[in-house]
Design a protein around this ligand. Structure first.
Ligand code: F6R
Length: 240
């Protein structure tokens, strides 16, 4: 495991974006696993800037980690809308090569199975991750058991409270989501987890230095041979 600490969130996001850029330029048909959330917004801003300076996405496939259950892709709170707003609408990524779970599907079990088939057909070269204050990755919430494959998850009160900032009111935050499972995440060839801010410090410490346990899903990343934690000083403060 590699841990890179930057003086501020800007430097951490820029470094993360350059890792993505390197993957895009080095591979002939790169597959990126993407995350949403506030931490990722500056990463996507940098990637859009890189695109304006010549970085091409036409040969890239993207696979997002998760989506809320019950939100149509057109809903402004959906992760479909997030990705369009922050990345997809600004780069030359083909419409056919972007995948996000179908949270609005009538048959969610079939939607999860279909997503696993997409993951099997497109092994992820670089998986971007954020981390929840409770140690979740994707929407794999702390629990006694974790699921390997794509599944529907009940969001914890912690996560609902954290994500309320993206909605008009906490009551509007969906209580369920579809998420890639732990095995699918760990199957990525390389994983880059970006965490910034003091609110993430405890989860980061437990993920990096704690025992591997399902109550801190990010701790399972210790099992991966090529994972990089990219942190700002605030998120790294409990590592000393
Ligand atoms: C989002 C996702 C989540 C977020 C995490 C951190 O696709 O998978 O695990 O990465 O909740 O969110 P922010 O960046 O908003 O703190």
């Amino acid at each position: 495991m590699e841990v890179r600490v930057f003086p501020d969130a800007y430097g951490a996001a820029l470094y993360t974006a350059t890792l993505v850029e390197t993957t895009i330029t080095q591979l002939s048909s790169p597959v990126l696993g993407l995350a949403t959330g506030g931490t990722m917004i500056p990463v996507y801003q940098h990637l859009v800037q890189f695109h304006r300076r010549g970085l091409r996405f036409e040969h890239v496939t993207t696979i997002n980690l998760d989506e809320y259950v019950g939100l149509e892709p057109t809903d402004r709170h959906s992760y479909h809308a997030f990705m369009r707003e922050h990345l997809f609408d600004h780069v030359d990524l083909s419409l056919d090569c972007r995948y996000i779970p179908s949270g609005a599907a009538c048959d969610l079990t079939a939607a999860c199975r279909a997503y696993d088939e997409i993951l099997q057909a497109h092994p992820i070269d670089l998986q971007l991750l954020g981390i929840g204050v409770n140690g979740h990755i994707g929407f794999n919430e702390p629990a006694d058991h974790l699921k390997p494959h794509t599944h529907v998850v009940e969001l914890t009160e912690d996560t609902i409270r954290q994500n309320a900032r993206f909605f008009d009111a906490e009551e509007r935050v969906p209580t369920r989501a579809i998420t890639m499972g732990l095995q699918s995440i760990l199957f990525a060839k390389r994983i880059v987890l970006l965490a910034v801010g003091a609110s993430k410090a405890q989860a980061v410490r437990e993920a990096i230095t704690g025992d591997i346990r399902t109550t801190v899903p990010a701790s399972l990343l210790q099992l991966h041979p090529q994972v990089t934690f990219v942190l700002d000083e605030a998120a790294a403060q409990q590592l000393r």
